[in-house]
Design a protein around this ligand. Structure first.
Ligand code: NDP
Ligand code: MG
Length: 395
């Protein structure tokens, strides 16, 4: 009798497993078969050691890393006797990215996600990419590293995942435009006067999606959409003028592709990140996912309006960054991070954020290109420092 061959387990490492994207990924994996189906070479977190330890035990991870070197002893002692290796700090994050894996889910928030993700890219892993900075701050470097590494790039950001789903591989030449949908956030209908007075708590309360704090506030200012425009440019190799944004408050259409024959293909679903994550980690298959199904009769209508670029200047800033090219994406992002931190700390108003980013981009508009990851990190640091100086000058 021939023994039935057990299919090899798929290896998935998760950078940022303790975050919103990371937790959703583990939830999808447990729905798709958990330890029978998957092996987890590495997971990483930062402050939430208890959760990292629980996740490591549940998945039987090979290597668990906290980004914070001061938490190494806590992590190591909590994992004692499990056979799971502990690591801490930036070098250990890169080591997590280098561990042999079939797919790496890049779910660290911020520029800290760049180096460990690039390590996995160089190793040839497929990358399910949630982290935005890899493309916004280092788009050219990242896409050429992907081409060299030979892995597949699977977008997890819901808009780009939608576009990826409806972009016909053999029709790339026929793409006329990419249409990114945006919920418009909690201040969609606010006047500029009302927006000037909003608090970080109000800005963090997203009407449709449940996400980390920073990305929720970025959604309220539409800086999130600005980052997504730059992501789309690199992912789908389109010109800036081919990228449109439309406000669609229900977040049911996750984005669209317009072709040269006038057809528009859209991907629809309930706003639940497990859709995009499940699609990315199952690709090229489609698998049964634990997400609510759309009920069109209940939905009844879908609305669309053009974004108001006076109230949301971040969209124009993205176009400027794309036109200038080079390190302007990294500069936009670094300045935005500094302004966002100052807004969260109550030091500046909501509308000040875009002014600070614009001023920083202009001051650092010297045509520099990114030749290495160090150039990107240096531009990020410089943009933050210039943004802080701009804030001090205008205080
Ligand atoms: P969260 O803030 O919920 O989670 C971030 C993760 O990164 C956590 O695991 C956190 O660890 C870890 N982390 C935080 N700081 C550092 C650091 N300096 N170095 C290494 N690791 C760190 O973010 P989200 O899950 O919401 O977002 C993750 C990424 O995905 C972001 O880039 C976001 O823009 C993008 N994204 C998110 C979406 C969403 O729905 N949430 C949608 C589309 C894109 P710990 O919690 O243990 O401190
Ligand atoms: Mg998105």
């Amino acid at each position: 009798m021939i023994n039935p061959v057990r299919p090899a387990k798929r290896r998935i490492s998760i950078l940022g497993s303790t975050g919103s994207i990371g937790r959703n990924t583990l939830d999808v994996m447990s729905h798709l078969g958990d330890r029978e189906a998957f092996e987890v070479p590495a997971i990483t977190g930062k402050d939430n050691i208890d959760l990292l330890v629980r996740q490591a035990r549940q998945t039987g991870a090979g290597f668990a890393v906290t980004a914070d070197p001061e938490r190494y002893n806590d992590l190591k002692s909590a994992l004692a006797g499990t056979g799971i290796e502990a690591g801490a700090g930036p070098a250990a994050l890169i080591e997590a990215g280098l561990r042999d894996t079939d797919l790496l889910l890049a779910g660290i928030v911020g520029i800290a996600g760049l180096a460990p993700t690039l390590a996995a890219v160089a190793g040839g892993a497929d990358i399910a990419l949630a982290n935005k900075e890899c493309l916004v701050s280092a788009g050219d470097l990242f896409t050429s590293a992907m081409a060299k590494g030979g892995g597949k790039l699977l977008p997890v950001d819901s808009e780009h995942n939608a576009i990826f789903q409806v972009l016909e591989e053999n029709q790339r030449q026929a793409v006329e435009r990419i249409i990114l949908t945006a919920s418009g956030g909690p201040f969609r209908d606010h006047t500029r006067e009302q927006m000037a007075a909003v608090t970080p708590e109000l800005a963090a309360a997203h009407p449709n999606w449940s996400m980390g704090v920073k990305i929720s506030i970025d959604s309220a200012s539409m800086f999130n959409k600005a980052l997504e425009m730059i992501e789309a440019r690199h992912l789908f190799d389109v010109r800036p003028d081919q990228i449109e944004v439309i406000i669609h408050p229900q977040s049911i259409i996750h984005s669209m592709v317009g072709y040269c024959d006038g057809s528009v293909l859209a991907q629809l679903g309930v706003p639940d990140m497990r859709h995009a994550i499940g699609y990315a980690i199952s690709h090229p298959r489609r698998r049964n996912l634990p997400v609510e199904r759309l009920d069109f009769a209940k939905l009844a209508r879908l609305d669309f309006t053009a974004p108001d670029e006076i109230r949301f200047p971040s969209l124009a800033l993205a176009r400027t960054a794309m036109q200038r090219g080079g390190l302007q994406g990294a500069i936009l992002n670094g300045a935005k991070e500094a302004a966002l931190e100052a807004f969260i700390a109550g030091q500046i108003g909501f509308l000040d954020m875009a002014d600070i980013v614009a001023a920083t981009m202009d001051r650092l508009d010297d045509g520099r290109a990114a030749h290495s990851i160090e150039d990107v990190y240096a531009a990020d640091r410089e943009a933050r420092a210039v943004a802080v100086a701009v804030m001090r000058e205008s205080a």
